[in-house]
Design a binder for this molecule. Structure first.
Ligand SMILES: [Fe+2]
Length: 340
């Protein structure tokens, strides 16, 4: 399922992709001002958000991906050519992300910016500002390069099938999607086999005004992440079985923390664990510091990882994260469950 979401002020499209069987989702190019709307949809539809995916560091709006990660544990994905630090997943050309039963394939498309990446899944390409409907992204800032943009579009996007649906990051005229075939034929900038030099000359003479928010958006979007080293997870690849061993004789100076929602916690949790729902952990830093060790778990491990990261940033280095399993595994193993 694809939901196309619109931000009126910046004319940005964000896309929520969902595998309706597994309820796992990804959100492409979320906009800061639309954070509440996006979170409401995600919660209403019961989506487990795995990723927020950026097509490039935007110059016209600020992303909400950092905030969404704090609330959902969704990992932030950027093209590796962005060279950004502190991003969860830097994805290379032709690498894939798994979303339920689907693979989302990254296509590096430098040109509008050197960091642009498009994403292909199931007959659709999310083209960012690389290819717009009857247009393309400008190339006059953020390492833009019209020659590279021409090559990215003609050699990469235009080689996708003509039927491929094109979902861009913007449209200023109310158009919502296109196809590769349409753009090859009717895109006025480089359709109909326009020559490279003619495209470069055109792009170099557009003389556009700078986006209103560029001075705010570019720095904000290139420092989305927090200091984050995913390798730390590997040191703490603790399972619910490991947690069970600890739980059997848990001393008072150790705490088991469940960071799922209040509702999930009340339906069943590890006996004696404490519920600190995701997004509220920073309010509990002082209490957590009192313990010698804190174990955090959730449903799948994703939210636990987020709390682990957020608390790590607050200087807490005594958290052990159950990073790839959670309450369902505890229940399946037949361990005792407490409910309220
Ligand atoms: Fe852009």
């Amino acid at each position: 399922m694809v939901k196309q979401l619109f931000d009126r002020e910046s004319c940005t499209y964000s896309y929520l992709l969902v595998d309706s069987k597994t309820r796992e989702g990804a959100l492409i190019d979320p906009v800061r001002e639309q954070f509440d709307r996006d979170m409401q949809i995600i919660n209403e539809l019961g989506i487990e958000l795995l990723y927020t995916i950026e097509t490039h560091p935007h110059a016209d709006h600020v992303t909400s991906s950092g905030k969404i990660r704090q609330m959902t544990g969704a990992r932030i994905v950027f093209g590796e050519n962005s060279g950004l630090q502190a991003i969860d997943i830097l994805i290379g050309d032709q690498q894939e992300l798994t979303l339920g039963n689907y693979q989302i394939r990254a296509i590096a498309t430098p040109g509008h910016t050197s960091a642009c990446t498009c994403y292909y899944v199931d007959g659709m390409v999310f083209s960012g500002d690389t290819l717009l409907i009857r247009g393309c992204g400008r190339t006059d800032f953020q390492d833009g390069d019209p020659g590279r943009l021409y090559d990215s579009i003609t050699q990469k996007l235009f080689t996708l099938g003509d039927e491929t649906l094109v979902y861009p990051a913007h449209d200023y005229n109310g158009k919502t999607w296109s196809t590769i075939g349409e753009e090859k034929k009717w895109n006025p900038r480089l359709g109909n086999n326009r020559e490279k030099q003619s495209f470069v000359d055109l792009m170099n003479n557009l003389n556009l005004d700078l986006p209103k928010k560029i001075n705010e958006a570019v720095p904000a979007n290139t420092s989305i992440g927090v200091n984050f080293d995913p390798r730390r997870y590997l040191l703490h690849d603790f399972t619910m079985d490991d947690l069970h061993k600890v739980w059997r004789s848990l001393p008072e100076n150790k705490l088991i923390m469940d960071n799922r929602t209040v509702e999930e916690f009340s339906r069943g949790h590890v006996p004696g664990s404490r519920n600190i729902p995701i997004g509220t952990e920073n309010e509990h830093v002082d209490e957590l510091k009192e313990f010698e060790q804190v174990y955090v778990y959730c449903r799948s491990g994703r939210r636990a990882q987020t709390a682990f990261t957020n608390l790590g940033l607050q200087g807490l280095d005594h958290i052990i994260c159950i990073s790839h399993s959670g309450m369902p595994n505890w229940i399946d193993a037949g361990y005792p469950v407490e409910s309220e």
